[in-house]
Design a protein around this ligand. Structure first.
Ligand SMILES: Cc1cc2nc3c(=O)[nH]c(=O)nc-3n(C[C@H](O)[C@H](O)[C@H](O)COP(=O)(O)OP(=O)(O)OC[C@H]3O[C@@H](n4cnc5c(N)ncnc54)[C@H](O)[C@@H]3O)c2cc1C
Length: 268
């Protein structure tokens, strides 16, 4: 039984650095305090707090009903959103898979240059609970930022599940060999840049429409998610509780510059 407040932040240290593929790096983050981390399922999202250039340890927020409260508002850390790929209560670790897209973003740069012992903050998990709804047929669509969530959700899905998994990955070597794909689920892969999005959308549009007993989970770059949500909602008439369609990032925009537009899209 968890006694902690569900809204809490933790300072964690990089314990292990595992290169999963050329574009994906797993950081295993440790703190003794994670022993009673309010984890419920892998694939939930969390905020990470990164120290600014002048600091080695980020300030952690307090949680108010309206988001974060900062003790020292002039010294806020950089905040980004990531996915819990794994939680190990015995080892007191949380693992996050970071896309290495270069030094152009603080989170990607942190992952690229991480060394054992580096300190970041993580929040307790948020997002829909459960994220995966029981369904007759499933559809998962994502780019490499959504791969950690899709891989996590597939590892929890019943082995009789059927449906389709559609992935857009930078390179064939980014496809995990350990993906727990039930026998009755088909995997469809697209490799390369965002220029593959139209082909991916054409593929998904050709699937038989999902219906109200089914469930669709879509996340990734905004220009991929927008037309797919339109397909799910307007063409296939899937009710809101039968699909999750969230833009995880937008090409050319930082998490800060895209934040408001993302929330407007999600709330629409
Ligand atoms: C619920 C949720 C869960 C997420 N889970 C994960 C996860 O587990 N792993 C993960 O890697 N990402 C995940 N993301 C996406 C991640 O939050 C964004 O990619 C974020 O912008 C990365 O921050 P940054 O500091 O590296 O780059 P930013 O400072 O935000 O952006 C700097 C520049 O990099 C570009 N950029 C950002 N992300 C990418 C990318 N993936 N590829 C190429 N260019 C990019 C931006 O467009 C911008 O031009 C998740 C997002 C959400 C909303």
């Amino acid at each position: 039984m968890n006694k902690r407040s569900p809204h809490q932040a933790y300072l964690v240290r990089v314990q292990d650095i595992i290169d999963l593929s050329p574009n994906l790096r797993r950081l295993v983050l440790h703190s003794d305090e994670l022993v009673d981390y309010p984890h419920q399922f892998n694939g939930a999202h969390i905020k990470i707090f990164l120290a600014s250039a002048e600091q080695t340890t980020p300030q952690l927020p307090q949680f108010s009903g309206h988001g974060f409260k900062w003790g020292d508002p002039d010294n806020k850390p950089i905040v980004r959103t990531y996915t819990i790929r794994d939680y190990d209560a015995q080892a007191c670790t949380v693992s996050i898979d970071f896309v290495k897209h270069g030094d152009n973003g603080p989170a990607s740069a942190f992952a690229e240059h991480a060394r054992a012992g580096d300190i970041i903050g993580i929040s307790s998990p948020g997002g829909p609970n459960p994220m995966l709804k029981a369904a007759t047929r499933y559809l998962f669509v994502g780019d490499i930022t959504a791969l950690p969530a899709i891989a996590s959700l597939l590892s929890d899905i019943e082995q009789e599940a059927c449906g389709d998994v559609v992935l857009l990955l930078p390179d064939a070597s980014d496809l995990p060999t350990t993906l727990n794909l039930p026998t009755n689920m088909q995997l469809h892969t697209f490799y390369g840049s965002l220029s593959q999005i139209p082909a991916l959308i054409e593929k998904v549009s050709g699937f038989p429409p999902l219906c109200a007993d089914d469930f669709a989970w879509v996340a990734g770059e905004a220009e991929m998610v927008r037309p797919l949500r339109d397909l799910l909602r307007n063409q296939w008439q899937l009710p809101p509780q039968r699909h999750y369609a969230v833009p995880y990032w937008r090409h050319g925009e930082t998490e800060e510059s895209y934040h408001e537009a993302r929330h407007r899209f999600i709330e629409k």
